[in-house]
Structure formats: C-alpha cells, structure tokens
Design a protein around this ligand. Structure first.
Ligand code: F6R
Length: 610
C-alpha cells in the first residue's frame, strides 16, 4: 500500500509528481504530499484527502525546484492527519523521505534514538523514525548510510530520499515493497512504486530487487546491492502504453476496465490457442514427465484472485488427475502444508505484490514444490521469485475493484487446466477442440453482454434502498456469487454475502424478507433445477429475486422479479459470462449511491503488508 514517486529533470517537478501520484492513487488515498528541493532549499507540502486536494493546495501555495518526491498514503501507523502524511523529515530537517511498507521495530529504534538525539517527533509514523535513523547514520556518503540502515530495519520498505547534503540526487532503497526506476536518457530520471507513474515518459524501466539501492540524477541511474557493492541492472521494456492508464472517456477506470474484458480474453488466448489446441510451451518449459510427476496441485490467492482460483478448481478437478487444494494465502501460509517435489503450486495475484501470497509462495519454494505465478505484472516480486510465469495480458488495472484481471485470471487458469489435462493424457483431441471453440467464442459473448449495460443500470436503480444483499450460486456459479457479493460490498459499502445455494436453508434463510434482495447466479446447467428450488424458497419469504440466467430459459419467468440473460455456453464456461452483469450491477449500484468507485474507502489495490 502507499504510492511513491520521484523525479529529477527539467520538467515542472510538481506536475510530474502530481501526475504520478494520480496514477498511483489506487495504492492509497487518505492523504498525499510532496517534497521538492531547489539546491538545498526544501519545500514540503502535504494534505489530508485525495491527490486532488493536494493539487488544490499547491495551486494556492506553488513550490518549485529541481528534484522531488511524492507520496499517496494508506494509513497504517498513525491516523489520517496532515502531520502523519508523507514526506517526513528527520529532526534536524537535513533529509526528507517517503516510505511504502511497515517498519516492525520502529518503537525500539525510536527509543534508542531518543537517548542519543534531541528533538521532538512531529508524527506518529514509523517513517519519521526511519528518517531520523538514516540521518544519524549519514556521514557524508548516502549509499553507506543506506547499507547500514537496511541492516537495522525490520519489515518491508521502499524508500525515496532527498538530502540537503547531497543535492540533485534522489536515493532509493527497496526491501519487500516494490520500486521501479526509469530514465528517458534526456537528463531526467524517475522512480515509482509502479510502472503507470513512469509510463507517460518511458517504457524502459529497472525493477529494484530486495536490498537494492539506486541513485538517480540527471545523468542517469546507479545501483548497489545490499552490501553496498555497485551492480548493473537489466532494463525491462514494458509493452503497456500511456493510453492504458487514462480513463479513455469513461467516468471511472472500473467501467473502462469492465468494458475491456472482451479484449482481455482475446489477448489472453492469442498465441496460446493455435489450431484449436492449447500451447503454453513457449512460457512453461514443462515436459510430459514433469507434469506426470506432480501429484498435487495447490492454488493460492487472496480476494478476487482467490475466487478466480475457486472457479478454475471446478474445471481442473474435472479434467485433470491432481489432488487439488485451493486456499486463501493468509490461511495457507499458517497451515500445515504438505507440499514437496510432487507439488505444482499456482499463485494467482494480479499485482504480484500481495504479502500473504508472497509468503505462501516462499513456503512452497522452501519445501521443494514447483511454483507458478499467474500475474498481470511481469516485473512484480512474485513474478521474479517463482519458477514459471503465466501473464494475464490484461493491461494495467487502475480501479481498485478487480474486474478485467478476474476475467484474465479465469482465462489463463482454464488454458492451464486444458494444457495440464492434455499432458496428463486425460484430454482427447476432440474434447480440446470443443473447449478451444468455447473459449474463442467468449469475447463475442462478453461483448454482447456489454452492449446491454443499460438493463443493469436500470436494475441497479431499483434496489438502491437495500442495505443487505444475498448472493447465491451452485457448483461453478458459487465462486461467481462470491465475486458478485465482493464487488457490490467493496464499492458500495452495502452489506452483501454469498452462499452456496444449498447452504441457504442452513442459516441465511433467516435473513430473508422483502428488504433483502437475493441475487441468484443460475445459468442453465446440471444444477439449475436445484437452484430453482432456492429461488422459490426466497420468493416464499417475499425476498425480491434478481436472477442471472441463460438466454432462452423461460423457467424463471414467473418467479424471479428481474432476470438478466447471458448467452448460452458450455456449462464449465458460464462464469466468464455470468460475472459480467454482476460487475456492472455493482458499478451502477455504487454510482447511484454516489460512492468513490475507483478508490473505495479503506481499500488499497495491492496489499503489500500482512
Ligand atoms: C477485490 C480485489 C482484491 C484483490 C486481492 C488480491 O476487487 O481487487 O480482493 O483481488 O487484494 O490482490 P492480488 O490479485 O493483487 O494479489
């Protein structure tokens, strides 16, 4: 959580920092600030609220200089106040820094420093203590001071630092929280927590590894490892472009991203389905022998990514012979895990930076399992730690609520399922052909749903008085009910819970009355008749029923209050279609309620702390 940006170069510094912070706002948005230096003059401006509030303040109090850093905060240590907002200075204002992460031992450090250094801390943050510690370590060489600092801090941190004693330089240090740097080669250099902040200027970036330090200047970038030894770093070319990080005329990123899902499906399948056959060999160097040697398949993820994993589990268990286990990373990492050389472990993470998912991956790695990342961010920590990667090809997702990456995750996991099933000798050529045809038809079907968004907008408007929703689904539709409920609650703050439809009678039915709408995901499949009974039960309690059903299914006409029809598909593939109306319903519902859709309260897009 929290977004960091830094710039040195000829452009107007505050403009570059504000633009960068806006594109990082998905990482935190309770307060924001910048520090700009002009030779050794230092100006720090911070404000509670969104980056727009900081921008408004800067209009009344403009600052200029030649290099600067900025931060958008997601509060951890200390409340949401102007004083706690970053950047933070040391007690003698020799240096100023921004921080993403958590310093676990900051209390001990503060106590230790208090006995040696005079002055009063202004904030309640761990970051101010880091600034003071660094200042105490600085004896004329910042890289040496940072090398020492790393050894003293416990926790996760990405830092960008300006120092009066070392003007025209920005120093960066990464340990556990992401940091990327880049240069145009034309007298300007950037750093940021994530690529979108740099993308308007360059597509060539360097990802810092844990322990790495960087010095940014007009001349370019220099790097050192955690022992303070100079190192060379590889430049990565990003195949995203700047148009992908603006709203493209949509009122919200979330709506833009929902509307991109047809393209995401096409990109996910391009070059991976050839002649109606799934071929992942360019990305996964696995032999048939490798695959046949793996007996267990673990899939680990958090939040929406976990629901994508649960959806794929239903398909995987039908077509592969693995002993499958799907778990949320925050649980998996503390359980007794039997993963070893016969285990393939798949870590699904849009950002590739989720702390729990990373911890789970490190456990499997230490036990000798084979680790595969399904991620959208190729330079992420997860991507760099695993044995193998399958990229989502969704493009940057800026809206905090995941939508298009959920679609991309399902697509990639389905392709993986078919590929594994074939290598295990369990999928016939004919079967694979049929599944490939189903997959290739999905983008058109998704787009046909997107053309009917008006129906969902209207539907959402009918229920804005509701304060509780129940979502139900069976079989492969159960994870979609979970995802639908998550989307609704996270962006509208209205309580929504999902249950496996068969569980309704075991408790949740007590909640039903005319004020609690029940959203039922019931595409035509082997279980839809069973779900129909649940609809009748809900109606008998006078609960309004909103159904997501398959075109041509007339069975619900006299029971459901509202029905949204999706095109028909083979039953394993219905989740790609049924999730889209739920995303749109949540979006329009939250919009009617006037919520901050792209940046819901208390949430950050990547959860880089436990
Ligand atoms: C919900 C959402 C979160 C993420 C979760 C995992 O809309 O976005 O639940 O899915 O925080 O994030 P990643 O996939 O980056 O590991």
């Amino acid at each position: 959580m929290c977004g960091i940006v830094g710039y040195i170069g000829p452009r107007k510094i505050s403009d570059v920092l504000i633009r960068g912070l806006r594109s990082l706002e998905y990482r935190g948005y309770d307060s924001a600030g910048i520090a700009i230096m002009d030779k050794s003059e230092m100006y720090v401006v911070k404000e509670v609220g969104k980056v727009a509030d900081l921008e408004a303040l800067l209009e009344t109090r403009p600052v200029s200089g030649t290099f600067g850093i900025g931060h958008t905060r997601w509060a951890t240590h200390g409340g949401v106040t102007q004083v706690n907002a970053h950047p933070h200075e040391d007690l003698s204002s020799r240096l100023v820094l921004v921080h993403n992460g958590i310093i676990e031992n900051y209390r001990e450090i503060r106590k230790d420093l208090s006995s040696r250094r005079e002055g009063t801390y202004k904030s309640e943050t761990d970051t101010e203590v880091v600034a003071e510690l660094l200042s105490s370590l600085y004896r004329g060489n910042m890289v040496e001071a940072l090398t020492e600092l790393q050894g003293l801090l416990k926790g996760s941190f990405a830092l960008a630092i300006l120092s009066r004693d070392d003007p025209d330089r920005i120093y960066c240090l990464r340990q556990g929280s992401p940091l990327v740097v880049g240069t145009t080669g034309k007298g300007e250099t950037f750093c940021a927590s994530d690529v979108p902040a740099i993308l308007p200027y360059t597509q060539d970036v360097v990802y810092l590894d844990d322990g790495d330090m960087a010095e940014l200047s007009r001349e370019g970038m220099k790097f050192w490892n955690s022992r303070g030894e100079p190192i060379e770093k590889k430049i990565s070319h990003i195949d995203w472009d700047v148009t992908m990080v603006d709203k493209g005329g949509y009122p919200h990123f979330m709506l833009k991203e929902i509307n991109e899902q047809g393209a995401v499906l096409r990109n996910s399948m391009a070059k991976r389905i050839v002649d109606e056959r799934v071929d992942l060999s360019a990305e996964l160097p696995w032999t048939e022998e490798d695959v046949r040697g793996w007996k267990k398949l673990h899939i680990v993820a958090c939040g929406t990514s976990y629901y994508a994993a649960l959806t794929a589990e239903r398909f995987l268990e039908r077509i592969t012979g693995f002993d499958i286990r799907v778990d949320v990373a925050s649980e998996y990492r503390y359980r007794t895990i039997s993963a070893d050389r016969d285990t393939l472990a798949v870590f699904v993470s849009q950002s590739g930076e989720t702390a729990d998912t990373l911890a789970a991956e490190r456990i499997v790695k230490s036990l000798g399992g084979r680790c595969l990342a399904v991620t959208n961010v190729i330079g992420s920590t997860l991507a760099r730690e695993v044995d193998d990667i399958l990229q989502l090809k969704a493009g940057p997702e800026i809206g905090v609520a995941a939508t298009k990456t959920f679609m991309g995750q399902m697509a990639v996991l389905y392709l993986l399922a078919i590929y594994l099933g074939r290598l295990q000798g369990r999928v016939t050529r004919e079967q694979e052909r049929l599944w490939c045809r189903e997959l290739l038809a999905l983008p058109y079907k998704v787009e046909s749903i997107l053309q009917r968004q008006g129906e969902l907008q209207e539907m959402a408007g009918l229920y804005t008085h509701a304060r509780d929703f129940l979502f139900l689904g069976r079989g492969i539709s159960y994870p979609i009910a979970l995802e639908g409920a998550l989307k609704l609650k996270e962006i509208s703050y209205v309580h929504a819970e999902a249950y496996a439809a068969g569980e309704m009678k075991h408790g949740p039915i007590a909640l039903l009355d005319p004020r609690v709408p029940v959203v039922v995901v019931t595409p035509r499949d082997a279980l839809s008749e069973k779900t129909f009974s649940n609809i009748l039960e809900a109606k008998a309690r006078k609960a309004p029923v909103i159904a997501v059903a398959t075109e041509g299914d007339e069975s619900l006409d006299d029971t459901a209050d509202r029905i949204f029809f999706v095109p028909s598909a083979a039953e394993e593939f219905s989740p790609f279609l049924t999730v889209v109306p739920l995303q749109l319903f949540a979006y329009h519902f939250a919009r009617f309620l006037g919520c901050h859709i792209d940046q819901p309260r208390n949430l950050a897009k990547s959860v880089t702390v436990e």
